[in-house]
Design a protein around this ligand. Structure first.
Ligand code: SIN
Ligand code: FE2
Length: 213
């Protein structure tokens, strides 16, 4: 049977050239994805990083893969070590890499193999202001961004901060892929509305996959 919502809400929505929203794409990976997320966070705990300007970020973060995105008073960088432990970041679980590769291919970027995954955790009220992802060596690779838990409103704009943004509701299992002409698009997340997700409780996770090194 065709599902009713599938008819009302397209599974694949073009946001702008190079950027696509894949509704529910991660749901078929969920059974392996959530335990892998839990194990990763147990090995490298979520923490609130400090910006170069000295502000503590409200989004809690950790990483897995060959390096992790870190921010501190000296700037932003990809670090092969977790500064909290002095050890390597946890290995990227195979289900993470499989999901990212499959979503990228669906978004028009076949052959994407991520080497890093940034894990963001939003509590109610937490937001992420408009920014570009530009700390990666080669922007020829796309970004794959997976939403889990509470729903959020994603803002997606253009190559200039002042460009108009579209607002996209993102729910559990949605994936956004952007690359090519959209690779350096400004994007952000509006303040998370309070609520309780059946599986993940009072929070939202975002997994951002990139080829950074
Ligand atoms: C990010 O841009 O780093 C995260 C986006 C999101 O949480 O959806
Ligand atoms: Fe980002």
């Amino acid at each position: 049977m065709d599902d009713l919502f599938g008819a009302l809400e397209p599974r694949r929505r073009e946001i702008s050239p190079g950027a696509v929203l894949l509704k529910g794409f991660a749901l078929s990976f969920e059974a392996a994805l959530l335990p892998a997320l839990e194990a990763t966070i147990a090995a490298a705990p979520l923490r609130h990083m400090v910006t170069p300007g000295g502000f503590t970020m409200s989004v809690a973060m950790t990483n897995c893969g060959a390096a992790g995105w870190v921010s501190d008073r000296s700037g932003y960088r990809y670090d092969p070590e977790d500064p909290l432990s002095g050890k390597s970041w946890p290995v990227m679980p195979s289900v993470f890499a499989d999901l990212a590769g499959a979503a990228a291919a669906e978004g028009g970027f076949a052959g994407f193999v991520p080497d890093v995954c940034l894990i963001n955790r939003y509590a109610p009220g937490t937001r992420l202001s408009l920014h570009q992802d530009r700390d990666e060596k080669d922007c020829g690779h796309p970004i794959v961004s997976v939403s889990l838990g509470l729903a959020a409103t994603f803002q997606f704009g253009g190559l200039k901060r002042s460009d108009a943004v579209v607002k996209l509701p993102l729910s559990h299992g949605d994936v956004v892929v952007w690359g090519g002409p959209a690779r350096l698009a400004y994007h952000g997340v509006l303040a998370l509305k309070d609520g309780t997700h059946p599986g993940l409780g009072r929070q939202r996770f975002n997994l951002t996959f990139r080829r950074a090194l």
